[in-house]
Ligand binder design. Sequence first.
Ligand code: PEP
Length: 266
Amino acid sequence: MVVNGLARRTPLIAGNWKMNLDHLQAIAFVQKLAWNLKDAGHDFTAVEVAVFPPFTDLRSVQTLISADKLDLAFGAQDVSAQESGAFTGEISGAFLAKLECQYVIIGHSERRTLHNETDEQVSAKIAAALKHNLVPIICVGETAADLELHGPSAVPVAQLRAALANVSNAADIVVAYEPVWAIGSGQAATPEQAEQVAAQLRAVLQETLGQDVADKTRILYGGSVKSGNIAAYMREPNVDGALVGGASLDIAEFSSIVRFQKHVGR
Ligand code: PEP
């Protein structure tokens, strides 16, 4: 997309359903979301839309999207670092690729805090995703305590550096800056805060993977994104979309977030 003579990264609006909607509800939801966006005249090439259902919904979502030729992307909320074998409860990148997932969320703060996922595990999962041509959406973000102790950028920057340990400079990745204190709290970061950290994350991409990757990689903001605040984030030059939790479960609200261009000249 070219705006004011400048090439811009295609925005991505990603809906993380977390542990919500069973496979039958997922079918009805995806159908309605696609109709809603189509009826509203949404240009899917201008703003990409992706949904992240629970593992058990993926086959149904894949079948529906493929059969009805819907312009929605989809992916999983996690992936195993392992390829196959005696890893009870784990899902491998190979399985996700077979289901035609394009993306996988890795290192979400709920995995880091509730499942004690470490930077090393996040890095290994990213390698597993890339091995199967899945685009990892690498989540980084500071807690309220980190913010108080170290300021906004130190923890996300350190997490991204660790996450990129196994990533080559040809990799297709997405980064999501999600301050933990903003997730599900209704207390979103200001657009200026999001931009400040996103710019630092882009600098890490440039240092570690080079200018081309830094230029092409989309950096999302996540944390209490709603239709009322998305436009302000999208005006920021280093914010290329949003990872949306709660609001992604409301079709009208999520559609309105996707259609942020109604409110912003981008
Ligand atoms: C999330 O869980 O990734 C998220 C951003 O949640 P919410 O939009 O509900 O804050």
